[in-house]
Design a protein around this ligand. Structure first.
Ligand code: ACO
Length: 324
C-alpha cells in the first residue's frame, strides 16, 4: 500500500553579507577569540544590516529553495516560517514572504518555538501534507537574533547570529513514497524551565521585544540529555539504530553540545553537519542552513537517512527523521 509522505524536494539558504569575527566582538565587549572558541566553537557569524528585517532573510532563502526545486510561487500552497524575531508583532513573517513571492492564498503563518522552531514547523507542515490539506509547503527558519541580543552582555552577544534556511516540502504518493520523506517527528516542551532562557520584555509586558537572558550552564545541562533522548525516541520509533543514520543535522548552539550528543549516540563527527563555527547560533535558522550546506556540497544525497534535532528556549525540543 502506498502512503502519502512529505518529501524534501529542495533546500535554500541565505546569510547576510556582514561577517563578524570573534576579534570584532572583542572590540565591543570584554571577551576574546580564545574564550568564545573554547566554550562554544564559534569563530565568526553573519549579522544582518540594520534595515534588513527577518522577512528579507526568509524571502531570499525561500527564493533559492523554489529555484532549486524548479518551481514557481504558483506551485505552492503554504508558507510556514519558524522565527522568534518577526518584523513586527503581527502580521507574520510568513504572510510577508507569501506576498513578496506571489504565492496564491493558502496557508501562511509563523511558528514560535525558538531554537526548536524549524523542527516544530517541519512537523506541522508534514501534518498538513499527510492530512492532504496541502501539497507543497515552503518551510523556512529565519532569524535576526542580533536584534534581540543585548550588545553589552558578553554572555549572549557572542553566541547568537542571523540567517535563514528553507526547504520545499512536497506531497508524494508514488510507489517509492514509503522509502522517502519524513518518517516521523517527535516534539516536546517543558515550560517549567521557561526562566533559564527568555527575553526580558514582550508586547504585553514591557511593550518592547526585550533582550535575551540566558543561564547558559542550566541550558547546557539539559541540552545533551534531552537531545540524545529525543534522538533515541526517533530511532526506536522507526526500528533504527544510530548506525543507520547517514547524517545528523543538529541545532547549532554550541560545538561542545553537538560533540556531546554525537558521542552519546556513538556517531562519528564526520556524520554530523557542523556550521556553528561560521554561523554562530541562528536559532530556528540553524538546521535548514546546515541542511542546505550539506546538500549543496554533496554530502547529503538522495536515499540518505537524515536526523535533525534541536533544543531551545521553553524549553522546547524535538527531532525529525527523514529519508532524503
Ligand atoms: N567572554 C569572556 N568571558 C565570559 C564571556 C565572554 N563572552 N561570557 C561569560 N564569561 C565569563 C563569565 O562571566 C564567567 O566568569 P566567572 O567565572 O568569573 O564568573 C566565566 O566566563 C564562565 O561562565 P559560564 O557561563 O559558566 O561559562 P560556560 O562554560 O557555561 O559557557 C556557554 C557558557 C557557552 C553559554 C555555555 O553555557 C552554553 O553553551 N550553554 C548552552 C547555550 C545553548 O545551548 N543555547 C541553546 C538554546 S538558544 C535558544 O533557544 C534561543
Amino acid at each position: 500500500m502506498t502512503h502519502t509522505r512529505a518529501i524534501i524536494r529542495s533546500t535554500g539558504a541565505y546569510l547576510p553579507e556582514k561577517i563578524m569575527t570573534n576579534d570584532d566582538l572583542a572590540k565591543i565587549v570584554d571577551t576574546s577569540d580564545e574564550w568564545i572558541s573554547q566554550r562554544s566553537g564559534i569563530k565568526s557569524r553573519h549579522i544582518a544590516a540594520d534595515d534588513q528585517p527577518t522577512s528579507d532573510l526568509a524571502l531570499r532563502a525561500a527564493k533559492q529553495a523554489l529555484e532549486n526545486a524548479g518551481l514557481t510561487a504558483a506551485d505552492i500552497d503554504g508558507v510556514i516560517v519558524a522565527t522568534t524575531t518577526p518584523d513586527s508583532t503581527f502580521p507574520s513573517v510568513a504572510v510577508r514572504v507569501q506576498s513578496a513571492l506571489g504565492v496564491p492564498p493558502g496557508i501562511a503563518f509563523d511558528v514560535q518555538a525558538v531554537c526548536s522552531g524549524f523542527i516544530y514547523a517541519l512537523s506541522v507542515a508534514n501534518n498538513f501534507i499527510t492530512a492532504h490539506q496541502a501539497k507543497r509547503i515552503l518551510v523556512i527558519g529565519a532569524e535576526k537574533m542580533s536584534s534581540i541580543v543585548d550588545w553589552e552582555d558578553r554572555t549572549t552577544c557572542v553566541l547568537f547570529a542571523d540567517g535563514a534556511g528553507a526547504v520545499m516540502l512536497e506531497s508524494s504518493s508514488d510507489a517509492d513514497a514509503d522509502d522517502q520523506g519524513i518518517m516521523s517527528a517527535h516534539l516536546h516542551a517543558n515550560g517549567d524551565h521557561a526562566d533559564i532562557l527568555y527575553t526580558n520584555g514582550g508586547p504585553s509586558t514591557t511593550g518592547e521585544s526585550g533582550h535575551i537572558v540566558m543561564h547558559g550552564r542550566e541550558v547546557f545541562k539539559h541540552a545533551v540529555t534531552l537531545m540524545s533522548d529525543v534522538v533515541e525516541e526517533a530511532l526506536s520509533h522507526n526500528g533504527l539504530s544510530a548506525s543507520d543514520v547517514d547524517f545528523l543535522v543538529p541545532h547549532q548552539a554550541n560545538l561542545r553540545i553537538i560533540e556531546g550528543t554525537a558521542k552519546k549516540l556513538k556517531m562519528s563527527l564526520d556524520q554530523v553537519v557542523i556550521t556553528v563555527d561560521r554561523h554562530g547560533n541562528t536559532s530556528a535558522a540553524s538546521i535548514p542552513l546546515a541542511l542546505h550546506e550539506a546538500v549543496s556540497d554533496g554530502r547529503i544525497q538522495r536515499g540518505h537517512t537524515v536526523l535533525m534535532e534541536a533544543l531551545g528556549a521553553g524549553l522546547t525540543w524535538g527531532a525529525v527523521i527523514a529519508k532524503f
